[in-house]
Design a protein around this ligand. Structure first.
Ligand code: FAD
Length: 323
C-alpha cells in the first residue's frame, strides 16, 4: 500500500524535508502532500534585505514549483488543526487531508514577554509581509520628517535580527537620504549578547559607522503610542518601533494549531535547515547564492545551503527513522 506523507510549512524544515523525501524515497512507495499558507519558500534569514529594497523580494521568496517535483501535490492553505486520532490535517478553506506520516514545520513566533503595549505598538520581523510593512512604515515616517527633525526609528533587541534590521534601515536611509534617526536598544550590556566579544566589537563598529545609535543595559519596560520606556526612569520618543527581542524563542505556533501534546509530530528542523549566519555584515548586500540543479522532472532550485542530491534511494521506514 502507498503511504501518504504530509508536510506542513514551507520554511527550511518543510521545504528541506520535501526535497530530501523526493531525493531519497523509493519511487511509488509513498505519496507526498505539501501544505503551506504561502506558495513560496522564504529565505527568512535574508528577508531583512527587503526592508532596504523591496526589489530583493524575488531573491528571498522562491516559488514552491521551483522546489518540488510535479509529483508532489502542493496545497496552499492555512492549517487550523491536526486530529491525530483520525490522522487528518484540518484546513481553513479546503477539505481535511488524511495522512499516515506527518511533519509539522510551522516555525516560531515573536515573544513579547508581557511587556505592556509592546505587541500593540511594535512591528515584528518574521515574514515577507513584516519586511514590507517595515519598509512602508519607515518610508511614510520619513515623508513626515525633515533633516532638522528626523523620524525616530527604534529597534528593540540587538540579536542577529535586530542588528540586521537596524543595518538595513540605515542602508535605506543612506540610499534615499530619508531623514531617519535609528536607535538599537539592547537590555543586556552588549549587542549580539552571549557571543564572541570580537564579533560583538566588529558589529558595534559597523553599526556606529552607519550612524546607528546603540543603547545597552536597560530593558524595554513599557510602550505607549508615543514613547518607549526603558527600565524604571528612562523613555524615548518613537515614530516607528520594531521588536526583534523575542525572535529566537518558540513560545507558540504562529497559527495556534491544536495538536495533542502526546502526538509524534515530525522531525527536528535543525537537521534540515542550514541558514548562513550573516552577522559580520549587517548592512552589506552580497548576492544570494541559490544553486539551480536539473532534476529528472524539471529544473528545480536547491534550497540555499543544501548539499547536492544523493542518487541513492531508501525505504520510507528508513527515511522516517533517520529523522
Ligand atoms: C530576520 C531573521 C534573521 C535570521 N537570521 C538567521 C541567521 O543568520 N542564521 C540562522 O541560523 N538563523 C537565522 N534566523 C532564524 C531562521 O530563519 C529560523 O531558525 C528558520 O527560519 C526556522 O525554520 P522553520 O522551517 O522551522 O520555520 P519557518 O522558516 O518560520 O517556516 C515556517 C513555515 O510554516 C508556514 N506556516 C506557519 N503556520 C502555518 C499554518 N498554520 N498553516 C500552514 N502553513 C503555516 C509558514 O508560512 C512558513 O512557510 C533568522 C530569523 C529571522 C526572522
Amino acid at each position: 500500500m502507498t503511504a501518504h506523507v504530509v508536510v506542513i510549512g514551507a520554511g527550511y524544515a518543510g521545504a528541506g524535508t520535501v526535497q530530501s523525501f523526493e531525493d531519497e524515497i523509493n519511487d511509488g512507495e509513498a505519496e507526498l502532500t505539501w501544505i503551506s499558507e504561502h506558495d513560496y519558500h522564504l529565505v527568512l534569514h535574508e528577508t531583512h534585505r527587503v526592508i532596504r529594497n523591496p526589489q530583493t523580494e524575488s531573491k528571498v521568496a522562491i516559488p514552491v514549483d521551483e522546489i518540488k517535483s510535479p509529483e508532489t501535490n502542493f496545497v496552499r492553505d492555512r492549517v487550523t488543526g491536526v486530529d491525530t486520532d483520525d490522522r487528518t490535517v484540518e484546513l481553513r478553506d479546503g477539505e481535511p487531508v488524511d495522512y499516515d506520516y506527518l511533519l509539522v514545520g510551522v516555525g516560531s513566533s515573536t515573544a513579547f514577554f508581557g511587556i505592556d503595549g509592546l505587541e500593540e505598538h511594535a512591528l515584528t520581523m518574521k515574514s515577507l509581509d513584516d519586511a514590507r510593512e517595515i519598509h512602508e512604515a519607515i518610508r511614510a515616517a520619513g515623508e513626515e520628517a525633515t533633516q532638522n527633525d528626523p523620524a525616530q526609528v527604534v529597534v528593540g533587541g540587538a540579536g542577529l535580527s535586530g542588528i540586521q534590521t537596524a543595518g538595513e534601515i540605515a542602508g535605506y536611509r543612506d540610499d534615499t537620504r530619508t531623514p531617519l534617526e535609528i536607535t538599537l536598544v539592547e537590555g543586556l550590556d552588549e549587542i549580539f549578547p552571549g557571543n564572541d566579544p570580537r564579533i560583538q566589537g566588529a558589529l558595534k563598529k559597523r553599526l556606529l559607522e552607519r550612524d546607528v545609535e546603540i543603547l545597552t543595559g536597560d530593558f524595554i519596560s513599557e510602550v505607549d503610542d508615543e514613547e518607549v520606556h526603558l527600565g524604571e526612569e528612562e523613555s524615548m520618543d518613537y515614530d516607528v518601533l520594531i521588536w526583534t527581542g523575542g525572535s529566537p524563542v518558540a513560545t507558540r505556533s504562529p497559527a495556534p494549531i491544536s495538536i495533542p501534546t502526546t502526538a509524534r509530530i515530525g522531525s527536528s528542523p535543525s537537521r534540515i535547515s542550514r541558514p548562513t549566519t550573516t552577522a559580520s555584515s549587517p548592512s552589506a548586500t552580497p548576492p544570494l547564492s541559490i544553486r539551480v540543479m536539473t532534476s529528472r522532472h524539471r529544473r528545480r532550485r536547491r534550497l540555499p545551503g543544501r548539499p547536492p542530491r544523493s542518487p541513492a534511494k531508501i525505504s520510507l521506514a528508513r527515511f522516517v527513522a533517520r529523522r
